[in-house]
Design a protein around this ligand. Structure first.
Ligand code: MG
Length: 258
């Protein structure tokens, strides 16, 4: 089932896409049992996470392209909720960076609070999957020596276009990035060092995952730069297709600290 968040008649709720033109409200308390025309709703951000937890270096081929050793445990970092945008929203390249990269990633959306869950119990805490782009200011990542600034600019976490609640096997999904229609990344979650449910379990032993929280599961090989005017898309088998244009912030403020 494909799920989006909408506003309709001054009410906000999650809805299932039932046809190319119709939705069904998933919140029984709203008292809206009938099909709702897609044209009559306003699309809302897919998720409002308390945090976006990300995993660095989780594909064997990506570790090889960076010349880095395979980590013994998942490497975690965070993106702020303010970096999240939806399908079709513009990625804004900050003036203080010379190189902004795409990173196509499978995103897990949490459905139930999770703390100290086992790998076997993890699926019961997951709402579904969506596409994400872990946009990264690569030069600032190297310059700073840690990742917070490079990963955290507003618009650096495109997520969408919907939450897919059922995939056949999350350990065997093609993950691709295309820039202006040209294939840049072409991997499979089968190449992950730590598979999705192992990540949910591992992260839940560090912090409480709340409903709506998002986990970005790492990117396959083939990361590369974006330019103003590009259109970047993330495609994931059985999940969907996330397209975002790329714009430039404009000239840097000469008085800004860099
Ligand atoms: Mg990443």
């Amino acid at each position: 089932m494909r799920i989006i968040r909408v506003r309709y008649r001054e009410r906000s709720f999650y809805a299932a896409i039932t046809s190319p033109e119709t939705l069904r409200c998933l919140n029984a308390e709203e008292g809206l049992p009938d099909e709702i025309p897609l044209a009559e709703v306003e699309l809302l951000p897919l998720v409002r996470p308390s945090k976006v937890v990300c995993v660095g270096l989780n594909y064997h081929a990506h570790a090889r392209e960076l010349g880095m050793a395979v980590p013994e445990e998942p490497i975690l970092f965070l993106k702020p909720p303010s970096s999240v945008i939806g399908a079709g929203d513009a990625i804004v390249m900050p003036a203080c960076s010379e190189r902004v990269d795409h990173e196509a990633e499978l995103a897990i959306v949490m459905g139930r609070a999770a703390r100290f869950v086992s790998e076997a119990d993890a699926p019961a805490h997951v709402f579904g999957y969506t596409c994400a782009n872990d946009v990264t200011a690569r030069d600032l990542q190297k310059k700073d020596g840690q990742w917070t600034r490079s990963k955290s600019f507003d618009t650096f976490c495109p997520v969408g276009p919907w939450i897919e609640t059922h995939v056949g096997d999350e350990r065997a999904l093609g993950v691709r990035a295309l820039v202006n229609g040209h294939l840049r990344q072409d991997g499979s979650t089968a190449d992950m060092i730590f598979p999705p449910m192992a990540l949910v379990s591992f992260i839940s032993r560090v912090m409480t995952l709340l409903p709506g929280d998002v986990i970005l599961t790492g990117t396959p090989a083939g990361i590369g730069p974006l330019s103003e005017g590009d259109e970047v898309s993330v495609e994931i088998d059985q999940v969907g297709y996330l397209l975002n244009p790329v714009v430039s912030e404009g000239p840097a403020d000469p008085g800004a600290v860099q």
